[in-house]
Each structure stands twice: as C-alpha cells, then as structure tokens.
Design a protein around this ligand. Structure first.
Ligand code: IMP
Length: 201
C-alpha cells in the first residue's frame, strides 16, 4: 500500500516513515508545496481538512497527522495552535529568533514561569483519506514540562516534555523509544489495526 504523507513537517514525516515502513506501507512525501488553512477547532477536524486537501491535489490516499501539546495550567493551550504558538497574541508574542520550534518553546516556558502544575500531554489524531471516505485514530502521551530544554532529538516541544515514568525528555530518548510511547506512534499503530480489521471484513 502507498500513502502520501499530508505534511511538510520533516520531524513528523520521519516519524510516520519509521513507524509505517516496517508495516509494509510506502510513505511518499508531497512533491510540491500545499498550504492548507487549519480552520478547525479540533485536532480531528484539522487532520481531516489536511488529508482531504492533499488527496484532492495529489490523487493518492493521504495520511494527515494533526497534533500538539495540551497543557493543563494553560487551559489546554497551545493545543491546536501548537505549531505557531509563538505568533499568538495570547500571553504576548514571542520574538522570532532561531526556529519557530525554539520560539514556541520560549513562549511556553515563559508562560509556565511560577506555575506549580506542570502536567501536559501530547495528542495526535491521524486521518487516512482514500477518496471515498476516511479512517481515523488518536493517541496521547502524558508527561510533565521541564524548566529548561534538554536534548537534541525529535522536534517541536520534545526538549521540554518528560513522559511519565522517564527521567529524560522526549528529545533525549532514542527515536525508537519515542515511537514506542509517543502520541503519534500510538495513533498510527491503532490506525494500522483499523485498516487491517477492515481488510478482513
Ligand atoms: P500541526 O502541524 O498543526 O499538527 O502542528 C503540530 C505541532 O505540534 C508541531 O509543530 C509541534 O510544535 C507540536 N508537536 C506535535 N507533535 C509533536 C512531537 O512529537 N514532539 C514535539 N512537538 C510536537
């Protein structure tokens, strides 16, 4: 089976490939840029919007991931705004020096200053849109936010997210260990199971 990854995020793409290739799924990346306005208010809506838009443009079954970090002390922010949190006026805009990921992390740590409750979770919704319909699955990974970034692996908020039961941040874990416990790993493995069950019907 061949699917198109409905994303231009290199970190996500690498993880989707790592998880789906061993299951016999060929993951191709988009050969031209497609901007999809994420106008949904939930991860699921945004994942559908992306999967459908990529399917229509490229004509291949499209797999989208919409994901983010949900922080209890920030009433669920950054949530669906995770990728451009630095640009939100909520809590003041972050000056963009370095990458957007770095600006996002800086904003998050600034808003978390003095907060005692540092619990957070990563959430991912994945949607496979095939033209006639779609499949979706979701996964979550719970943890706490560190005071300072640690580690060079992964992407996004990984350097400040310490999964429950670990003393390392996501960015300090080997990639295979991240895939085993991550929101995206769980969601993609559930999606695979759903597809396999459908084939047996
Ligand atoms: P999306 O492309 O709109 O789904 O935004 C996803 C954003 O959520 C990313 O740009 C990251 O900021 C954050 N995010 C999602 N998954 C992860 C992860 O596995 N590690 C770290 N940050 C993540």
């Amino acid at each position: 089976m061949k699917v198109l990854a409905a994303t231009t995020n290199r970190g996500k793409l690498a993880e989707i490939r790592r998880i789906l290739t061993p299951a016999g799924i060929e993951v191709v990346s988009p050969w031209e840029n497609l901007e999809v306005r994420e106008t949904g208010t939930t991860f699921l809506e945004n994942a559908y919007l992306k999967a459908e838009a990529y399917y229509r443009r490229f004509g291949l079954p499209a797999l989208a991931d919409d994901s983010g970090l949900v922080v209890d002390a920030l009433e669920g922010y950054p949530g669906v705004f995770s990728s451009r949190f630095y640009a939100l006026t909520f809590g003041g805009r972050e000056e963009v020096t370095g990458s957007p990921d770095e600006a996002n992390v800086r904003k998050l740590l600034r808003l978390m200053e003095g907060k005692r409750n540092r619990s957070a979770r990563f959430v991912a919704y994945v949607v496979l849109y095939t033209g006639t319909g779609g499949f979706f699955a979701h996964g979550e990974c719970a943890g706490t936010l560190t005071e300072k970034p640690r580690g060079k692996g992964g992407f996004g908020y990984d350097p400040v997210f310490q999964p429950i039961g670990y003393t390392k941040t996501m960015a300090e874990l080997p990639p295979q260990e991240k895939d085993r416990i991550s929101h995206r790993g769980l969601a993609l493995r559930r999606l695979l199971q759903i597809i396999r069950n459908c084939k047996q019907l």
